[in-house]
Design a protein. Sequence first.
Length: 213
Amino acid sequence: MNVIIFGPPGAGKGTQSQNIVNKYNLFQISTGDILRNEIKNKTEIGIKIDKLISEGGFVNDEIVDEMLKNFVTNHKYRNRIIFDGYPRNIKQAKNLESMLNSDNQSINFIFNLKVKREIIEKRILGRVVCEKCNKTMNEYLNKDEIENHECGKNFLKKRKDDNHETIVTRYDEYMKKTKPVLDYYSSRSYFHEIDGSEKIQVITTKIDHILRV
Ligand SMILES: [Zn+2]
């Protein structure tokens, strides 16, 4: 089976992908990783990309598609792929489909982890780490746990990189870019919207239930 997973930064997409990869023995595809691998392994396309970058050029859609095609049609990976962060636009979505169809494959499941911005904000901004025992908690979501924490409350610190503006910008950018792709897929019978504000385990169970059918 081939799976696509969508979700804004902070929705737990990475955790869920990893879980699917482990449980169903899939390969997670990230175009950035493939690109680096092609260059490292000095493949035909890798050499082309390396030359392009060193000349100050950029990697266009055609190159990404060619690279992706090598990967998805590789007998080692075919029909065992989870796409994360791809496709990013409708053109890529259409390309991916024709690429898979021409190799007798298809997309079997699409998951969209839907989470409101306010929830992501709370998740990230409320994050506190105990400097004594390294435990991570959330001041909005684990009030009781924080109140009863064995080290006391003096060691609880917020992380510096949990900046509000960055979170909001990343979320809005993601939603704006991804909405057309989601609209493109949303009427498919294998498109599943999952409430990403639920606990990690609850989301995992829901995804599992769908994948096992
Ligand atoms: Zn502690």
